[in-house]
Unconditional design. Structure first.
Length: 576
């Protein structure tokens, strides 16, 4: 290995001294020829035919940069690879033209590759050289471009190996671009269905990198036979704004990390504002894209770390996604900025794979977020069902209690709280209704007015508790001895009244005597066997008077019974 390295350094030294000593192709295989042979800066006259290798002259002052230039390498080699189908593959950046001049002892051929020419191999600047085994060729490679985005490299390999590698790279390339396009369309459809802005931002993010990588990988040139340098960088320069819109929504950055949100948005807006400059001067695009995407990735990683530490679980996938994006693009940016030398692999394809993995992991992150939201909705729904059931039960209990209270209030408004008989106001309403009904139907009714004799003595001798028990006993006795259609009421104190619809005087007198007899036969509780008697006045509706008039007649009859010595039944005057 040391001998091989020494040989290459020696060859480079000879080349720098202007001596073209032949080298074996096997010694160059796997090496970047631009790093082996001296690159000579070139200049050319305005209007010169740049497709002609003879139009270029050595220059002491021309320096290749992002804004282009020209240089060449020259070397002689002997084909010892065992095949006459050799491929020289320039790579590293899109360029306008690469000229390959191959000189044999008896012939000279010139091939042209670059953005201005059709590719000999799909999506590649590869040169096919028919180089008989064992023969020597002198090669001159000239690169000219008004833009150069990264240091160029030049490899030599057998055509069979080159084609096999190209097929593999193309498969990976189309897989990544197809996945990005599918993810973009899929999330755009989801956005139109759900109207969730996060899916729209993701669709724009995926579309931006698909468009950018399609330009770098010469997709428009291969498919449409057309490609414009002004479109090389807009896709990449849209990434910072589409990315920040997505992850700001995904991480709820505006609410949780407003300063980081403002910094990210500022970087994204600045990147968008640089697009017109990059379209006019494509060489500036690589600088803008490298700087703004680097800032974007740093801010995104910082936001993801903070949100993960705050307990937002989907941030794990987000961080993994941006690490996948960071590693290849960091290498690419460092190569573009000339910080490190080009690695021995396709940097563009490496970056594309990293971007595609980033997009896939972000899709997983969104799916995981939606899963968590769905689980939370289910939990809330279940909890809501329980809460609704609890509230419904509580409401039913409250309603039942309200109905109970209303019934109690109604009962208190219409009944006597002690005896549970109708009170005077309710009885008077019933009496008036019966009087009106009786007048309409020309039927009579009777009224009993009952007063307990000497009830005050019971209260004075045995107390109000015993007196209340007596009143309750009398109320029960009246309920048990009247008909279902009769209305019993406590008018107040020890006065009771019985309204008997469709009842004549004889029937009323019979009931009054039965009540008096049963009351006199019933001992008073806790009164040493004492018994109560009552005086009863009877009124009958002969001329269908108002209820109040009939009540006065019954009351007069009651007073007459008391005046005649109590424990009597008296029928009011005018009643038959």
């Amino acid at each position: 290995m040391l001998c091989r390295l020494f040989l290459l350094v020696f060859l480079a030294a000879l080349s720098q001294g202007g001596i073209a000593q032949p080298v074996l192709l096997s010694e160059l295989k796997g090496q970047d020829l631009y790093s082996v042979f001296n690159k000579q800066a070139l200049q050319y006259a305005p209007g010169a035919d740049l497709d002609n290798p003879d139009a270029y002259q050595p220059s002491e002052h021309s320096q290749l940069s992002y804004w282009g230039g020209a240089y060449r390498i020259q070397f002689a080699a002997i084909n010892d690879l065992g095949t006459d189908a050799i491929v020289l593959e320039p790579g590293g950046s899109i360029v306008e033209r690469i000229l390959l001049r191959v000189e044999a002892d008896d012939s000279v051929s010139v091939q042209r590759q670059g953005e201005r020419y059709a590719n000999a191999y799909p999506f590649s600047y590869g040169f096919y050289v028919h180089w008989p085994a064992g023969e020597q060729r002198r090669l001159t490679v000239i690169l000219q471009s008004d833009y150069l985005y990264a240091p160029m490299r030049l490899w030599v390999s057998e055509q069979e190996n080159y084609q096999a590698l190209s097929r593999l790279e193309l498969a990976v390339q189309w897989l990544c671009l197809g996945a990005g396009l599918a993810l973009s369309i899929h999330n755009l459809i989801i956005f139109f269905a759900s109207r969730r802005a996060m899916h729209f931002y993701y669709a724009m993010f995926a579309a931006s990198w698909v468009f950018g990588w399609a330009q770098v990988l010469q997709v428009p040139k291969e498919i449409f036979a057309w490609q414009s340098p002004s479109l090389h960088w807009p896709g990449f320069l849209l990434l910072p704004i589409t990315s920040v819109l997505f992850y700001s929504d995904f991480l709820d950055l505006k609410h949780h990390l407003p300063r980081l949100y403002r910094a990210s948005m500022g970087n994204g807006i600045a990147s968008v504002l640089s697009i017109p400059i990059a379209m006019v001067w494509p060489g500036s695009g690589v600088v803008f894209a490298s700087v703004f995407t680097a800032i974007m990735m740093a801010l995104a990683l910082a936001a993801g770390i903070v949100r993960l530490r705050s307990g937002f679980k989907p941030a794990r996938y987000f961080l993994l996604a941006y690490i996948m994006l960071l590693v290849p693009n960091l290498i690419s940016n460092l190569v573009n900025l000339g910080v490190i030398s080009p690695p021995p692999f396709n940097v563009y394809l490496f970056g594309l794979v990293g971007t595609a993995l980033d997009a896939l992991l972000l899709a997983f992150a969104m799916a995981y977020t939606l899963q968590l939201i769905n689980q939370e909705n289910i939990r809330l729904k279940n909890n809501l069902g329980g809460i609704v059931a609890e509230r419904t039960e509580a409401l039913e209990k409250a309603q039942h209690e309200l109905q109970k209270r209303n019934a109690e209030l109604k009962s208190m408004a219409y009944t006597d709280p002690l005896t549970r008989l109708l009170n005077r106001r309710s009885f008077e309403q019933s009496l008036q209704q019966e009087a009106e009904r009786s007048a309409r139907q020309h039927t009579g009714f009777s009224l009993l007015m009952i007063d307990l004799d000497f009830f005050k003595k019971i209260n004075d001798q045995f107390g109000h508790k015993v007196g209340d028990d007596c009143l309750i006993m009398v109320a029960d006795l009246l309920r048990n001895n009247v008909r279902a259609i009769d209305v019993v009421s406590r008018l107040g104190g020890e006065e009771f009244c019985v309204l008997m619809p469709a009842t004549d005087v004889a029937e009323a007198r019979h009931l009054a005597h039965r009540i008096g007899e049963k009351l006199a036969a019933t001992p008073i509780p806790e009164c040493d066997g004492k018994r109560l008697t009552c005086s009863i006045g009877i009124a009958y509706s002969t001329d269908f008077p108002a209820g109040s008039d009939l009540l006065e007649k019954a009351d007069s009859a009651l007073y007459q019974a008391k005046a005649e010595g109590r424990n009597k039944v008296v029928v009011s005057a005018g009643a038959c």
